[in-house]
Design a protein around this ligand. Structure first.
Ligand code: URA
Length: 433
């Protein structure tokens, strides 16, 4: 088989067979196909797409490139959730303990921040002592005994994705639906949960900019999941404004604890309860409305907070943060930023907020390899609120005045204020199952 011919076929939009796709993925993973040839094929995929059959072949070849976990030892139906990434998205920290408190089993492998988006693993590492690197047997034991565990990607899972993703990052081939689908679904399938809920985001803070492109990605991911024998569902959700009020690692953990302590009702808690209900329904705990009541009961009873504390303790962290969030890392400087005019908040540009937090040190950049876990921003208002000129819009948390000042300028540009009250679009746009 000639790689040259396979590149040519994809470039001409001719379909590759399962054997041909596997030959490409395995050859590249094993170092037999050079980067320049794989880059050319990936670019051809970006420009011409892949058929559903080819996407399935690619996903399964990537799944099979490394270890696949057998979660049968957990002793119950396991349910995983994946979000395609966004700003202020801390739903995993809510859904894992909520679903566990309702009798579900959530084995979760999460990622670190990518570009301007935050990562669940970085958020968890802001909890003093919390370890995201536990062995697979300990991971399964924790899921069996507590109901949830969140760890970073195991070294042996989907090596093909690690190599291909690194190449995509360097060759402008990240935003391709079949490539995103195979990357995400290969990891989900290798983890091996029985059910998978996908939270596919669209908007200015997401990879997919429109609900239509998010639905296209969701449909192919659900099809691949089902063909691989999983119960699979996707929700298409809005990421045109940050999710919740806090963006930044420790600040987001603190917001999660606040919701589980006080039963605050806002867009974040609404989405977390809906996602938890979908996961419980997929796990066979009843219909959606029954599962929504179960999830909400787990929060009001304090059982979800107890589960979060149990998960933190099991992973070596200081669970007293769930009683006293002052024990989380705290920034040296807190700076207010204020509305420059009166009016309704008609938008908060998530990508700009993500970039402001990155500059404050909340994520890694080429120039900085250490994360400042205390850095970020907390908004005091939501889209749709009326604010008067001079009113405080939010609080910037940073380690130096000049960093906070730069973030302030970016945040002031990110918050749009208009005379007209904006229409608020629903958080959940569509469900694909
Ligand atoms: N997340 C992934 O894991 N892979 C992608 O390609 C995009 C987002």
């Amino acid at each position: 088989m000639q790689i040259y011919d396979l590149i040519q076929k994809t470039r001409r939009k001719e379909t590759l067979s399962d054997t041909e796709v596997r030959y490409l993925i395995n050859g590249f993973t094993q170092g037999e196909i050079p980067d320049y040839m794989m880059s050319a094929w990936l670019m051809a995929v970006c420009c011409q797409g892949l058929s559903t059959e080819e996407t399935v072949s690619m996903t399964l070849a990537m799944r099979d490139s490394g270890e696949c976990l057998d979660l049968s030892g957990v002793g119950g139906i396991t349910v995983d959730k994946h979000s395609t990434g966004g700003i202020g998205d801390k739903t995993t920290l809510l859904i894992a303990p909520i679903v566990a408190a309702c009798g579900g089993f959530v084995p979760k492998m999460s990622g670190r921040g990518l570009g301007f988006t935050g990562g669940t693993i970085d958020k968890l590492e802001s909890i003093p002592g919390f370890s995201v690197e536990i062995s697979v047997p300990d991971f399964m034991k924790q899921v069996r005994e507590i109901g949830c565990a969140v760890i970073s990607q195991s070294g042996n899972l989907t090596p093909a994705d690690k190599k291909i993703y690194a190449l995509r990052n360097l060759t402008a081939t990240v935003d391709s639906i079949p490539l995103i689908c195979s990357s995400i679904m290969s990891k989900k399938l290798a983890l091996g949960a029985d059910c998978i809920l996908l939270d596919v985001k669209y908007g200015n803070g997401a990879f997919m900019k429109t609900p239509e492109s998010a639905a296209e990605l969701a449909e192919i991911m659900v099809s691949v999941g089902k063909l691989a024998g999983k119960k699979c569902r996707a929700v298409i959700t809005d990421m045109n404004a940050p999710l919740g009020h806090a963006v930044g690692n420790a600040l987001e953990v603190s917001e999660v604890i606040g919701i589980l302590q006080n039963n605050d009702e806002n867009a974040l808690s609404e989405l977390a309860l809906a996602l938890s209900a979908h996961m419980l329904e997929l796990s066979g705990k009843g219909d959606f409305q029954t599962c929504l009541k179960l999830a909400s009961g787990a929060v009001t009873s304090g059982k979800a907070l107890e589960k979060l504390a149990a998960m933190i303790t099991a992973q070596g962290g200081d669970a007293s943060v769930t009683e006293n969030t002052a024990k989380l890392p705290k920034s040296k400087i807190q700076k207010l930023f204020r509305a420059e005019q009166s009016g309704y908040i008609s938008g908060i540009h998530s990508e700009q907020v993500g970039l402001a937090c990155l500059e404050l040190g909340a994520g890694k950049t080429a120039a900085r390899s250490e994360i400042d876990y205390s850095a970020g921003v907390v908004f005091l208002h939501d889209v749709g609120d009326f604010v008067s000129a001079g009113e405080v819009l939010g609080i910037i948390h940073g380690s130096a005045d000049e960093l906070c000042e730069r973030a302030k300028q970016r945040l002031l540009r990110a918050v749009r204020i208009s005379d007209e009250k904006p229409e608020i679009s629903p958080l959940i746009h569509q469900i694909i199952s």
